[in-house]
Ligand binder design. Structure first.
Ligand code: BES
Ligand code: ZN
Ligand code: ZN
Length: 518
């Protein structure tokens, strides 16, 4: 999408469709909805007055109403987009509202959309506290860009419904506010492109996106944005003694890929990296297809297991935005990619493997392969000098059972690091729910014959057992673990996002990284 920021009066916007946001300012539980537009343009307000008076449009989040030939406006159509109750309005509703506007245009074949920048000062303070301008602008652009993608690229008869041009219209006269809007706009474009890049990787079928191909795409991306990328395979795994990662890979004809992306902050002349400066390690589970291996999964729904590399996708996407936003902190992305297949050479239940850290693992279930590849990825990141670790993985079905599809499972061994991440997630609008991984759960992964087993002793708390396993490999290093199994793929579409890969966690990982920039 060609997205631009225009300083203009909304009424003067010559566009096939002008979208304007509305909130419900009614107070009290039983009050009738009272929609109010977030615009100071009298012409826009007048054009919508008649239909608003009917009560047909209630301004609930994701609700739209389309007016043709709105009087007094240059636009061919006026789209009212609901953001829900004014009392609960945050920038996240604006993100979703912008997405709703773009997705409303698509089935109508409209190629150009203009969105009026929400003017919260159109309402008095009693209805709406003012929202931070830069974040508002960023969220709007993110929402619109993410909404534009549909995942029908493999359908030969698909109709091109793309929105090609998006104009964000503001008539802001204050110079400093204009600069804030511009800053948010620029950041939003980068963040959304990263999230969409992740989604495009996760969307690929397993026969196209093998570990080798994932390595190629990561390398091409890194070359494009100017960061270092190394892609290794079996020989390097052997050299590093990554016995856990290699065991998962050995049952497939597709060789594994160990992808290492390095972002070094550019220092100004005379600046030096402070002693003890943090180095952030982003570790992703990149199983390009998970059959379960010898502990093979049932046929029903197995096709979905192409998205078992969504954690890797999130880290690769985050690295793309990091390279462009240039935070002042070193970041290393480590992706452990393999295909989990059953064949004559595959690893088996009962096998004992030795991880890179030297710890031995009794493999009880070959379908618990994600934690095996991450065990070596996390340890390797530490040997590369990472002082803080974050991993993302579609790790357990148990996490989906526990939290459903709205919250990512979050685990951490460090309060301060967790707090920093929670603050970051507050900015991005993504939802995370912390689950415990205290040492009293360690019992779950005790093995009679090795240092640990790769599944819990029983079915209970499966997401926690998996986290406890990973914890064995991070040691004292502050660490965050994101179990994105429930959130990385949307089975159903929403007014603001297509079904398919969500790109979850990219924005929050990125924001967490930026919080270390000094
Ligand atoms: N990739 C799966 C986890 C998963 C399940 C992701 C459902 C998305 C949706 C993972 O490798 C796996 O199979 N985990 C097992 C672990 C079990 C064998 C201890 C699971 O969750 O069933
Ligand atoms: Zn599995
Ligand atoms: Zn898996």
């Amino acid at each position: 999408m060609d997205t631009k920021l225009l300083i203009q009066d909304a009424a003067a916007s010559q566009t096939p469709m002008l979208a304007v946001f509305a909130v419900d300012i009614a107070v009290g539980k039983d009050a009738e909805p009272l929609p109010a537009l977030l615009t100071t343009s009298d012409a826009v307000t007048n054009a919508a007055a008649k239909v608003l008076a009917t009560g047909e449009f209630k301004a609930t989040l994701g609700e739209t109403l389309l007016l043709h030939g709105p009087g007094g406006l240059k636009a061919e159509r006026l789209l009212l987009v609901g953001l829900g109750k004014s009392e609960t309005l945050t920038v996240d509703e604006v993100r979703k509202g912008a997405g709703t506007a773009v997705r409303a245009a698509k089935p109508l074949g409209i190629r150009e959309v203009a969105i009026a920048f929400p003017e919260d000062h159109a309402l008095s303070d009693e209805h709406l506290e003012s929202l931070p301008c830069t974040l508002l602008s960023r969220a709007l652009v993110e929402g619109a860009e993410v909404a534009e993608s549909d995942w029908d690229t493999y359908r030969s008869e698909r109709k091109d419904r793309s929105v090609r041009t998006l104009s964000v219209i503001t008539n802001e006269s204050e110079k400093s506010t204009r600069a804030e809007i511009q800053e948010g706009f620029d950041t939003g474009l980068i963040v959304a492109a990263a999230q969409n890049f992740t989604r495009s990787l996760v969307n690929e079928p397993g026969n196209v996106l093998t570990p080798t191909e994932l390595g190629r795409r990561a390398a091409a991306m890194c070359a494009e944005v100017g960061i270092k990328c190394e892609v290794h395979s079996t020989a390097k795994l052997d050299e590093l003694k990554m016995g856990a990662f290699a065991a998962v890979a050995q049952g497939s004809n597709e060789p594994p890929a160990l992808i290492v992306m390095t972002y070094e902050p550019q220092l100004k002349k005379g600046e030096t990296v402070a002693e003890g400066a943090p180095v952030l390690g982003l570790v992703g589970k990149g199983i390009t297809f998970d059959t379960g291996g010898i502990s093979i999964k049932g046929a029903e729904g197995m096709e979905k297991m192409k998205y078992d590399m969504a954690g890797a996708g999130a880290m690769i996407g985050a690295m793309r935005a990091i390279a462009q936003l240039k935070p002042k902190v070193k970041v290393i992305g480590v992706v452990c990619s393999a295909e989990n297949m059953p064949d004559g050479k595959a690893f088996k239940p009962g096998d004992v493997v030795t991880a890179m850290s030297g710890k031995t693992i009794e493999v009880v279930n070959t379908d618990a392969e994600g934690r095996l590849v991450l065990a070596d990825g996390l340890h390797y990141a530490k040997t590369l000098g990472c002082t803080h670790l974050i991993d993302a993985a579609t790790l357990t079905g148990a996490c989906v059972v526990a939290l459903g599809t709205l919250n990512v499972g979050l685990f951490s061994n460090d309060e301060a690091t967790w707090q920093k991440f929670a603050d970051a997630a507050n900015i991005t609008g993504e939802k995370f729910w912390r689950l415990p991984c205290t040492d009293d759960y360690k019992e779950q992964i005790k093995s009679q014959i090795a240092d640990m087993r790769n599944t819990g002793a029983n079915r209970w708390g499966g997401a926690i057992s998996a986290a406890m396993f990973l914890k064995e490999f991070v040691g004292e290093t502050p660490w965050l673990h994101l179990d994105i199994a429930g959130c990385a793929w949307n089975d159903e579409s929403k007014p603001w996002i297509a079904n398919g890969p969500s790109g979850v966690a990219v924005r929050s990982i990125l924001e967490w990284v930026r919080s270390y920039s000094n």
